[in-house]
Design a protein. Sequence first.
Length: 241
Amino acid sequence: MTKLSVNINKLATLRNSRGGNNPDLIKAATDIERFGAEGITVHPRPDERHIRYADVYALKKIVTTEFNIEGNCTEKSFVDLVLANKPAQVTLVPDAAGQLTSNHGWNTIEHAAYLKEMIAVFKNAGIRVSIFVDPVVEMVEGAKATGTDRIELYTEAYARGYAAGNKEAAIAPYIAAAGKANELGLGINAGHDLDLHNLQYFSKNIPGLLEVSIGHALICDAIYLGLENTVQLYKRQLKQV
């Protein structure tokens, strides 16, 4: 079954908006694991507007499932942070400085040499590497040449198409990309705008989907449904029925 990794950035945003330590990220991460999530994801940015670098060190001490750190490896501070904490997985995302949220995958052909160099840095430290890619077969083929262990399919386009009632057309490029990844022996993760409405259809139709990383929608749902219930509802969507 596909694993659920919960991105807790939005909890950090809420905490930071008032100062102090409410909500407590350490307690939240511990509870999210206890509620059934198989991973905790964070995406620290240099401005620390949500996850702070100090949070990463604190979370590393208590996360008992898979710890996934996302970020842009062009930032030396990010590279140093990941190497110091050695999470189960690092997900490399081509964010620009000050970017609100991730909005595109790597051009794995144009940046092949750079990605190969950086991926080797993390893999030599014993860290599994995933890179953010758009659902384009050529980008998946390029990812294979970088030496990455996995790709993370950027799913905003799928979510938009699904919401517009065009789910078959929306998922078609993801099925093709996943098929190529499976053919090449790349692991498959996915994330961005997946929610309780579109997650099951996606997971049922993507062969070899190992993990989804979900934050914004899950935390929004938890406001109405409660955190424990919401984690379990998302896990239910990942069951192949």
